[in-house]
Design a protein around this ligand. Structure first.
Ligand SMILES: Cc1ncc(C[n+]2csc(CCOP(=O)(O)OP(=O)(O)O)c2C)c(N)n1
Length: 573
């Protein structure tokens, strides 16, 4: 802290004030990309005693790492980069964070307006790049003495407050004039003195209380008590900190429930707890077509299953949507009742109603038949998801990639087995990029072992994160990555468009690549490969119980996978 605050010139002083105000508001996890224009921010972050820096050369990978951290951290991660295209590389992760209700602070360095407006090198209109995907944009002027240190601090703490309250990304754009290094350029005595005093102040503490507690209205409670046939659906929940409380409440609510993978609660429950299998299955849909619920209570955001939404459009069930975010997600496109509040407080209200309604069908035989069929086939995605859930320790965090595997995990439901594994996904906009970096971001928060399962195309998409994974290995993290290599984006073979063989390769992007050579180029990453169910189970058990970063390439058989998906759909009760 000796060197802090930096006072050699106004750019460094402003960077110090901003970093200090952020740190005083608990924004201390700085995900930094290199650059000369943001060098004053990097210097201030480096010398501030409360700030931890996580540096990476590739802004896209870095931003997914910050996204991963945001899923588990109590404070808000900050991203910073230089001017020009650098920040555009943050865009996918910012879009995902915005759609997932995850806060981030993005502090971009910019060139001052006299350079931006005259088309100098490395300049773009930085404000417009992500403006549609943030909840607040603070466009600062280049450092000048007309704006006092205390006013600058107020602008920063206001921006932090917006991120906290809205639980979404905030952009702060900071144009900086040269000198950007330690070259001295005088600051007026009066301005400097007052600025230095501001470092002794506490900083404006911003406390968010955006989650409104819900008190069940009498009429609604009455209606729910009188209803014969309620279905409780839990979609995407933001924040994973109070899952235990959700779990407690849900255990006590005795009505049929559907838990989406993105709720993070799917595997904590089983059929004995009145779970309903996935709507993607025709047999399940059939049962609900014949016994439509009189009320569906949908808690949280969007589900993975499209069939649920088709079902809602076809059937005119009364829908109560309970959400804590102001997104435009409207499950039935016809809400009769929308309640914006802390969903947990709503569930606690349901507990008090002491509802008791058994599911329309007991699904045990159906689920057991599916389990048996999965075990009969070769190494497939349903085999992988089933065996991971049935064997993974409770202390694991599981990150599920997009495409077929997320559906496969979402389809899994257990008859009597419960697992406390924490499940994460990137389902805000369901991009296939950034999963390796997201895994590393999750691991920045704690040393719990973690497992990522993703497809080969998704893995290829994030090869730039392998250096980051190697750093995680060197830092002693215990991470396992399972790449399901079917040599293409196999999801498209499961869709009706697969009949259009002539141009299908433009969707599936087939290849012949294995990942051994590229992974072995990184010291500290252990590579293993398997092609059979037995070997898969052995390798996964070994990797999950060993230390370090282990990568397993599981070669699956496309025909078996396709045949199995078809066969599973034909299972009857
Ligand atoms: C960034 C991005 N680009 C393209 C897509 C469209 N897309 C969805 S799934 C998929 C293929 C994924 O392949 P892979 O990861 O190998 O999984 P598999 O389909 O084999 O299960 C693609 C290209 C997307 N969701 N996100």
């Amino acid at each position: 802290m000796d060197k802090f605050p930096l006072t050699e010139n106004l750019s460094r002083l402003w960077a110090s004030i901003i970093v200090d105000e952020l740190a005083k508001n608990s924004i201390t996890q700085f995900y930094t990309a290199p650059g000369m224009r943001n060098a004053p921010v990097l210097a201030a972050a480096h010398y501030h005693e409360l700030v931890d820096t996580f540096s990476y050369f590739d802004e896209r990978a870095l931003s997914y790492r910050a996204l991963g951290r945001s899923k588990v951290s109590d404070s808000i991660p900050l991203l910073t980069c230089t001017s020009g295209t650098a920040m555009a590389n943050f865009a996918p992760a910012i879009i995902e964070a915005n759609k997932s209700g995850l806060p981030l602070i993005i502090l971009t360095a910019d060139r001052p307006s006299e350079l931006v407006k005259t088309d100098s090198n490395q300049t773009i209109d930085q404000l417009s790049v992500i403006a549609d995907h943030t909840c607040y944009n603070l466009s600062l002027e280049a450092p000048n003495e007309a704006l006092s240190a205390t006013r600058l601090r107020t602008l920063i703490s206001t921006a932090i407050g917006r991120a906290k309250i809205n639980k979404r990304p905030v952009h702060i754009n900071l144009p900086l004039r040269e000198p950007l290094d330690s070259t001295s350029k005088s600051i007026s005595k009066d301005y400097l003195e007052k600025a230095l005093e501001s470092f002794n102040a506490n900083g404006a503490k911003v406390i968010s209380s955006a989650y409104q507690t819900y008190q069940m209205e009498f009429e609604l409670g009455q209606k729910l008590v009188e209803a014969k046939n309620i279905l409780l659906v839990i979609g995407k929940l933001d924040g994973k900190k109070d899952l235990e409380h959700y779990q407690d409440a849900l255990m006590k609510i005795k009505v049929p429930k559907y838990l989406d993978l993105t709720s993070g609660l799917k595997y904590q429950f089983c059929l004995e707890d009145y779970l309903t299998p996935n709507f993607d299955h025709p047999e399940v849909l059939d049962v609900y077509e014949q016994n439509p619920p009189d009320i569906i209570i949908h808690i949280g955001g969007r589900l993975v299953s499209k069939h649920y939404y088709n079902y809602l459009e076809r059937n005119n069930c009364e829908l109560i949507h309970v959400t804590n975010v102001d997104f435009d997600h409207d499950p039935g496109f016809s809400n009769t009742h929308k309640i914006i509040c802390d969903p947990l407080s709503f569930l606690n209200g349901l507990v008090k109603l002491e509802l008791n309604q058994a599911p329309p069908v007991m699904w045990h035989d159906f689920v057991e038949k599916k389990r048996a069929i999965i075990e009969e086939e070769e190494l497939t995605q349903p085999f992988i998801s089933k065996n991971i859930i049935e064997n993974i320790d409770d202390n694991y965090d599981l990150l599920v990639g997009n495409s077929t595997i997320v559906r496969s995990f979402d389809n899994f439901v257990s008859s009597s087995y419960r697992s406390n594994v924490n499940v994460f996904s990137n389902r805000g906009v369901s991009g296939i990029e950034g999963f390796v970096a997201t895994l590393v971001g999750l691991s920045d928060e704690n040393n719990k072992p973690k497992l990522l399962v993703l497809g080969d195309i998704s893995f290829k998409h994030d090869l730039n994160s392998l250096y980051m994974l190697e750093e995680a290995a060197n830092a002693g993290k215990n991470l396992t990555v399972i790449i399901i290599n079917n040599f293409q984006g196999d999801i498209f073979n499961l869709l009706p468009i697969s009949k259009e063989k002539e141009f299908l390769p433009l969707l599936t992007t087939p290849h012949k690549d294995r990942f051994d050579r590229i992974i072995k180029a990184f010291d500290g990453l252990t590579y293993q490969c398997c092609e059979t169910k037995n070997d898969f189970n052995k390798l996964v058990a070994g990797a999950l119980s060993s230390k370090g970063v282990n990568i397993i390439e599981a070669i699956t058989n496309n025909e078996s996978n396709l045949a199995l998906f078809k066969k599973l759909k034909t299972v009857k009760r």
